[in-house]
Design a binder for this molecule. Structure first.
Ligand code: AMP
Length: 224
């Protein structure tokens, strides 16, 4: 199974990708996670990306395309992938098409999760991350906890710079201006599945899997 999860920051792409990745046993490719790990490890890429990400802006297409090329060519993506956070610009979408073709990978679908902007701001400002394992939590779920429930790290919760309200509004603006055209790019190829990203997490997962199954029946190339 191969598909792109697309939508505004905070719409729940990462949450859905993690659930489906575990259920279907296919890798979750999150460019945001790859960059955050590089920032955490202070690699040359991380040092370059850190400031850009904290401002809510986009890392250059050249860097991002290089990352995706290495990832898609790796053994772990051989039998499928869920792409989350890429492509985010038209040049990225164009390069992805070329790359998939060169790897003999059939056309992928873009699942567009949408939600109201104020709901997204509310969700993101309510997120906290663990400094050690990078897992994300809803603030009210971990409020008062001394240790991270996943890795056990003590006093490790923090609010990511890019989850602060002014940065979130900027990220949404960047999505609407630079990233939204990627939706049209795939729509013109008749490869978009549009779904409501609000409601119960499990229901949204079911909707995604049902929609993909339906496509599988009508167009075999969506799944291989
Ligand atoms: P995310 O977790 O997907 O919202 O990504 C967090 C941040 O990483 C974004 O706000 C961008 O600064 C950067 N980033 C992630 N993916 C991309 C991409 N495909 N192109 C450019 N920047 C990206």
């Amino acid at each position: 199974m191969r598909f792109i999860l697309f939508g505004s920051p905070g719409v729940g792409k990462g949450t859905q990708a993690k659930i489906i990745s575990a259920k279907m046993n296919i890798p979750h490719i999150s460019t945001g996670d790859i960059l955050r790990e590089a920032v955490h490890n202070k690699t040359p890429l991380g040092i370059k990306a850190d400031e850009v990400m904290s401002r809510g802006e986009l890392v250059s297409d050249e860097i991002m395309i290089g990352i995706i090329k290495d990832t898609l060519e790796s053994q772990k993506c051989k039998n499928g992938f869920i792409m989350d956070g890429f492509p985010r610009t038209i040049p990225q979408a164009e390069e992805l098409e070329k790359l998939l073709k060169s790897l003999n990978i059939p056309d992928v679908y873009l699942i567009y999760l949408h939600a109201d902007e104020e709901e997204i701001v509310r969700r993101l400002t309510n997120r906290r991350a663990c400094k050690k394992c990078q897992n994300i939590f809803v603030y009210s779920d971990i409020e008062g906890m001394a240790k991270c429930p996943v890795c056990g790290a003590e006093k490790s919760f923090y609010q990511r710079d890019d989850d602060k309200e002014e940065v979130i509004r900027k990220r949404i603006r960047v999505f609407n201006t630079t990233t939204k055209p990627v939706y049209t790019f795939y729509e013109n190829k008749d490869r978009v599945i549009s779904l409501d990203g609000t409601g119960e997490i499990d229901n949204i997962t079911d909707h995604i899997l049902e929609a993909l199954k339906k496509k599988q029946k009508s167009i075999k190339t969506a799944f291989v």
